[in-house]
Design a protein. Structure first.
Length: 236
Protein backbone atom coordinates (compact mmCIF):
# COMPACT_ATOMS: atom_id res chain seq x y z
CA UNK A 1 0.00 0.00 0.00
CA UNK A 2 3.04 2.26 -0.03
CA UNK A 3 3.35 2.85 3.72
CA UNK A 4 6.83 2.65 5.28
CA UNK A 5 6.69 -0.09 7.92
CA UNK A 6 9.20 -0.60 10.73
CA UNK A 7 9.46 -3.76 12.77
CA UNK A 8 10.63 -3.67 16.39
CA UNK A 9 13.13 -6.39 17.17
CA UNK A 10 11.70 -8.47 19.99
CA UNK A 11 8.19 -7.10 19.38
CA UNK A 12 6.00 -5.27 21.87
CA UNK A 13 7.64 -6.94 24.86
CA UNK A 14 10.97 -5.47 23.81
CA UNK A 15 9.38 -2.02 23.43
CA UNK A 16 7.85 -2.19 26.92
CA UNK A 17 11.19 -3.23 28.38
CA UNK A 18 12.77 -0.22 26.68
CA UNK A 19 10.18 2.15 28.20
CA UNK A 20 10.53 0.55 31.65
CA UNK A 21 14.33 0.75 31.52
CA UNK A 22 14.58 4.31 30.19
CA UNK A 23 11.59 6.32 31.40
CA UNK A 24 12.92 6.99 34.90
CA UNK A 25 16.33 8.08 33.59
CA UNK A 26 14.64 10.45 31.14
CA UNK A 27 12.47 11.92 33.90
CA UNK A 28 15.46 12.41 36.19
CA UNK A 29 17.39 14.21 33.45
CA UNK A 30 14.81 17.03 33.43
CA UNK A 31 14.14 20.00 35.71
CA UNK A 32 10.51 20.93 36.35
CA UNK A 33 8.69 24.15 37.16
CA UNK A 34 5.32 23.04 38.53
CA UNK A 35 2.17 25.15 38.60
CA UNK A 36 -0.11 24.48 41.58
CA UNK A 37 -3.42 26.10 42.35
CA UNK A 38 -7.08 25.52 43.00
CA UNK A 39 -9.46 24.34 40.29
CA UNK A 40 -10.16 27.04 37.72
CA UNK A 41 -7.13 29.24 38.40
CA UNK A 42 -5.95 28.94 34.79
CA UNK A 43 -2.92 26.67 35.11
CA UNK A 44 -3.62 24.90 31.81
CA UNK A 45 -4.10 28.24 30.03
CA UNK A 46 -0.69 29.39 31.24
CA UNK A 47 0.92 26.17 30.04
CA UNK A 48 -0.59 26.64 26.57
CA UNK A 49 0.66 30.24 26.39
CA UNK A 50 4.14 29.13 27.46
CA UNK A 51 4.13 26.44 24.79
CA UNK A 52 3.12 29.02 22.16
CA UNK A 53 6.18 31.06 23.19
CA UNK A 54 8.46 28.07 22.62
CA UNK A 55 8.91 26.74 26.16
CA UNK A 56 8.79 23.02 26.86
CA UNK A 57 5.67 21.91 28.69
CA UNK A 58 4.37 18.58 29.96
CA UNK A 59 0.58 18.56 29.82
CA UNK A 60 -0.18 15.53 31.97
CA UNK A 61 -3.93 16.08 31.88
CA UNK A 62 -3.88 16.09 28.09
CA UNK A 63 -1.86 12.87 27.96
CA UNK A 64 -4.22 11.26 30.48
CA UNK A 65 -7.45 12.57 28.89
CA UNK A 66 -8.52 13.78 32.32
CA UNK A 67 -8.55 17.16 34.08
CA UNK A 68 -7.36 15.68 37.35
CA UNK A 69 -10.32 16.25 39.67
CA UNK A 70 -13.20 13.86 40.33
CA UNK A 71 -15.16 15.66 37.60
CA UNK A 72 -12.11 15.69 35.33
CA UNK A 73 -13.51 13.09 32.95
CA UNK A 74 -16.37 15.33 31.79
CA UNK A 75 -16.13 16.06 28.04
CA UNK A 76 -12.99 13.93 27.78
CA UNK A 77 -12.24 10.87 25.63
CA UNK A 78 -11.71 7.54 27.43
CA UNK A 79 -8.42 7.40 29.28
CA UNK A 80 -5.54 5.44 27.74
CA UNK A 81 -4.18 2.35 29.44
CA UNK A 82 -1.43 2.79 32.03
CA UNK A 83 1.12 1.40 29.56
CA UNK A 84 0.00 3.75 26.79
CA UNK A 85 0.10 6.69 29.21
CA UNK A 86 3.72 5.86 30.08
CA UNK A 87 4.59 5.62 26.38
CA UNK A 88 2.98 9.00 25.67
CA UNK A 89 4.83 10.44 28.64
CA UNK A 90 8.14 9.12 27.35
CA UNK A 91 7.56 10.57 23.87
CA UNK A 92 6.58 13.96 25.29
CA UNK A 93 9.65 14.13 27.53
CA UNK A 94 11.90 12.99 24.70
CA UNK A 95 10.86 16.03 22.65
CA UNK A 96 11.24 18.48 25.56
CA UNK A 97 14.12 20.65 26.67
CA UNK A 98 15.99 20.29 29.94
CA UNK A 99 13.59 22.63 31.84
CA UNK A 100 9.90 21.84 31.61
CA UNK A 101 6.79 23.67 32.78
CA UNK A 102 4.07 21.34 34.04
CA UNK A 103 1.06 21.30 36.33
CA UNK A 104 1.55 19.95 39.83
CA UNK A 105 -0.53 16.80 40.03
CA UNK A 106 -1.42 14.28 42.68
CA UNK A 107 -0.12 10.74 42.30
CA UNK A 108 -3.25 9.72 40.39
CA UNK A 109 -4.98 11.35 37.39
CA UNK A 110 -8.35 9.70 36.95
CA UNK A 111 -7.54 5.99 36.85
CA UNK A 112 -3.88 6.48 35.86
CA UNK A 113 -0.82 6.72 38.10
CA UNK A 114 2.20 8.94 37.66
CA UNK A 115 5.49 7.03 37.64
CA UNK A 116 7.11 7.27 41.07
CA UNK A 117 10.14 9.03 39.59
CA UNK A 118 7.94 11.78 38.09
CA UNK A 119 5.88 12.23 41.23
CA UNK A 120 9.06 12.59 43.28
CA UNK A 121 10.43 15.13 40.79
CA UNK A 122 7.26 17.21 41.10
CA UNK A 123 7.56 17.18 44.87
CA UNK A 124 11.11 18.53 44.66
CA UNK A 125 10.47 20.86 41.70
CA UNK A 126 10.27 24.65 41.70
CA UNK A 127 6.65 25.04 42.80
CA UNK A 128 4.63 28.06 41.67
CA UNK A 129 1.30 28.97 43.24
CA UNK A 130 -1.30 30.22 40.74
CA UNK A 131 -4.19 32.23 42.20
CA UNK A 132 -7.25 33.81 40.62
CA UNK A 133 -10.44 35.61 41.62
CA UNK A 134 -13.56 33.56 42.34
CA UNK A 135 -15.41 35.09 39.37
CA UNK A 136 -12.60 34.22 36.98
CA UNK A 137 -12.47 30.67 38.29
CA UNK A 138 -16.23 30.23 37.84
CA UNK A 139 -15.98 31.42 34.24
CA UNK A 140 -13.09 29.08 33.42
CA UNK A 141 -14.83 26.07 34.93
CA UNK A 142 -18.04 26.95 33.07
CA UNK A 143 -16.15 27.20 29.77
CA UNK A 144 -14.35 23.89 30.41
CA UNK A 145 -17.25 21.75 31.60
CA UNK A 146 -20.58 23.14 30.36
CA UNK A 147 -21.26 22.27 26.72
CA UNK A 148 -24.96 21.34 26.48
CA UNK A 149 -24.15 18.14 28.41
CA UNK A 150 -26.54 18.21 31.37
CA UNK A 151 -26.87 14.42 31.63
CA UNK A 152 -23.10 13.97 31.77
CA UNK A 153 -22.79 16.72 34.38
CA UNK A 154 -25.47 15.16 36.57
CA UNK A 155 -23.82 11.75 36.26
CA UNK A 156 -20.52 13.31 37.36
CA UNK A 157 -22.26 15.02 40.30
CA UNK A 158 -23.61 11.61 41.34
CA UNK A 159 -20.02 10.39 41.74
CA UNK A 160 -19.53 12.97 44.50
CA UNK A 161 -21.95 11.23 46.85
CA UNK A 162 -18.97 9.79 48.73
CA UNK A 163 -17.84 13.30 49.63
CA UNK A 164 -20.97 15.45 49.85
CA UNK A 165 -24.46 14.83 51.21
CA UNK A 166 -27.21 13.31 49.07
CA UNK A 167 -29.16 16.51 49.75
CA UNK A 168 -26.46 18.60 48.07
CA UNK A 169 -26.21 16.13 45.17
CA UNK A 170 -29.97 16.53 44.58
CA UNK A 171 -29.67 20.32 44.88
CA UNK A 172 -26.89 20.48 42.29
CA UNK A 173 -28.82 18.26 39.87
CA UNK A 174 -31.92 20.44 40.25
CA UNK A 175 -29.84 23.57 39.61
CA UNK A 176 -28.41 21.98 36.46
CA UNK A 177 -31.96 21.26 35.25
CA UNK A 178 -32.69 24.96 35.84
CA UNK A 179 -29.54 25.91 33.87
CA UNK A 180 -28.10 27.61 36.96
CA UNK A 181 -24.63 26.32 36.25
CA UNK A 182 -22.72 29.15 37.91
CA UNK A 183 -24.56 28.51 41.19
CA UNK A 184 -23.43 24.88 41.09
CA UNK A 185 -19.86 25.84 40.22
CA UNK A 186 -19.59 28.46 42.96
CA UNK A 187 -20.98 26.07 45.55
CA UNK A 188 -18.65 23.26 44.47
CA UNK A 189 -15.62 25.57 44.61
CA UNK A 190 -16.37 26.74 48.14
CA UNK A 191 -17.67 23.55 49.71
CA UNK A 192 -15.85 20.84 47.78
CA UNK A 193 -12.93 21.71 45.51
CA UNK A 194 -11.07 24.14 47.77
CA UNK A 195 -11.44 21.78 50.72
CA UNK A 196 -10.53 18.51 49.02
CA UNK A 197 -7.75 19.91 46.84
CA UNK A 198 -6.19 22.24 49.39
CA UNK A 199 -2.73 23.62 48.53
CA UNK A 200 -1.99 24.99 52.00
CA UNK A 201 0.66 22.39 52.79
CA UNK A 202 2.75 23.17 49.70
CA UNK A 203 5.90 25.27 50.05
CA UNK A 204 5.83 27.68 47.13
CA UNK A 205 8.86 29.57 45.90
CA UNK A 206 6.69 32.08 44.01
CA UNK A 207 3.05 33.10 43.77
CA UNK A 208 1.43 34.64 40.68
CA UNK A 209 -2.08 35.71 39.73
CA UNK A 210 -3.38 34.42 36.41
CA UNK A 211 -5.66 37.49 36.35
CA UNK A 212 -2.55 39.68 36.13
CA UNK A 213 -1.39 40.49 32.60
CA UNK A 214 2.21 40.14 33.78
CA UNK A 215 1.81 36.53 35.00
CA UNK A 216 3.36 35.08 31.83
CA UNK A 217 6.34 37.41 32.08
CA UNK A 218 6.78 36.38 35.71
CA UNK A 219 6.91 32.73 34.69
CA UNK A 220 9.48 33.52 32.01
CA UNK A 221 11.59 35.28 34.62
CA UNK A 222 11.31 32.24 36.89
CA UNK A 223 12.47 30.06 34.00
CA UNK A 224 15.57 32.20 33.56
CA UNK A 225 16.32 31.97 37.28
CA UNK A 226 16.01 28.19 37.21
CA UNK A 227 18.20 28.12 34.10
CA UNK A 228 20.88 30.07 35.94
CA UNK A 229 20.54 27.95 39.08
CA UNK A 230 18.97 30.79 41.09
CA UNK A 231 16.29 29.41 43.39
CA UNK A 232 14.39 31.65 45.78
CA UNK A 233 15.28 30.60 49.34
CA UNK A 234 12.14 32.06 50.90
CA UNK A 235 8.75 30.47 50.61
CA UNK A 236 5.69 32.63 49.97
Amino acid sequence: MGFPIYQIKGGYKSYRNFINNNLNDLINSKSFISLYGYTGTGKTELLKKLEEKGYSILNLENLANHKGSLLGGVLEKPQPSQKMFESLLYESLLKSGSIIFTEGESRKIGSLYLPNALYDKLLSSTKIEVVSSLDSRIKRIFDDYVKDNDDELKEAIESLNRYISSKKVSLYKDLIDQKKYTDVIKNLIIYYYDIKYSTKEKNFYYSISSDDKYSLSELEDIYRKVQKGIICSEVV
